[in-house]
Design a protein around this ligand. Sequence first.
Ligand code: EPZ
Length: 416
Amino acid sequence: MAKFFINGKNRLCGEVEMDTAKNALLPILAGCIMVEGKVTLEKATAYTDVEAMCDILRALGGVAQRKGDDLEIDCSSLDKCELSHELASPVRSSIFTLGPLLARLGKAKVAYPGGCDIGLRPIDIHLSSLRQLGCKIVEKNGYIYAEKGKPLTREVFLSFQSVGATENIMMFCALLPGESKIYNSAKEPEIVDLARFLSCCGAKIEGAGTDVITIIGVERLEGCRYRAISDRIECGTFLIAAAMTGGEVKLENAVSKHNSALIEKLKTCGCLIKEGDNEIFLSAPKRLESFVDVETAVYPGFPTDLQPQIVALASIAKGCSLVFENVFENRFNYVGELLKMGCDIRFKSSICIIRGKDKIFGADVVSTDLRGGAALVLAGLACEGYTTISRVEFVDRGYFHLEDKLVQLGADIKRI
Ligand code: EPZ
């Protein structure tokens, strides 16, 4: 198993380009199930979760192949509706195949999804919404057996603004004759990007990015060429890395309005930030002020996927900071590893209290999940001395060649 080996305290300085968004590519790949024709996804970053979704498409009878930085997908001959535990359980995004398989083939047998260990991660909202739209769904022996039926209604209300449920239902409705509406839909940029991709294939979708999405079903979806949005969580992670090392960076292919909540907090910490059309410049002070408090929330609130990273930042800022995790019920697993580095953190249920230290020290730590692992990398960059981080396969799920980009900015990090 690979590890990261970091010698801390280098300032991050220079320019680096952000990749395409993991959490946009994953639902878009699921959406390809409904497309009868070739889809070219330009510069589709080869995150391990993206590769896992390509394996899923191949198992269903689709074609997925790399052409340089692009991914060529063709599900014209897709004819299987079963997804095994082996393929479904490693990733959360396997559940995004349920709506598209029902839309395309009228039935599906999909094993429960997996994903980072940050909470129970039920799929009740996905299933209850599909049932309201007429699907017959039985859960048995770890599988979801589903069949398309006559809709009881064409309007579903999501009990929580679930990103995945919004995506699943939007895709299912794209081929459902007539008009459907999703109320209390999630508004993340990745939802807007999925709707834009589906529209590029011929779907009729209005309101993505608001809390009411209207879909007029069409007969079929055609292939297209598409480039997903840049990864706002990678961007936020790099902004925080630069802030923690007193650095000065320019991030290219970075959409500042997708990170408004974080940028506001980094300014509170004393960072100078300039926002360009598709780039962000950050210059950090030698020691950060406290951001006082952060509450994670659905978009456009502070993203839960940057919660571990901002806790790492608070660990070396001045004063005491509070972080409230309001989206997932168990997203502080990584804190125990930060304590090994000398951080002063305690948490009770969803509230984390961090007392900033002027020095933290390298240690041997273990990634607990994707974003928790990223937080350990950031802390290692700010540590005195050497840090090893094991289980980096978690980090590779959502960062592509993270160490290479950090070296480009002057970090002393290598994969061993
Ligand atoms: C997506 O997960 C992202 N993953 C997550 O990113 C992200 O943290 C999350 O959205 C929130 O923004 C992908 O897009 C692949 P949710 P998803 O449904 O769709 C509860 C990362 O690090 N819920 O919005 O699973 C759920 O338990 C990953 O890149 C139900 O109760 O998130 C959670 O508490 C981690 N029932 C909350 O809603 C359901 O049926 C938000 O979940 C569905 C969700």
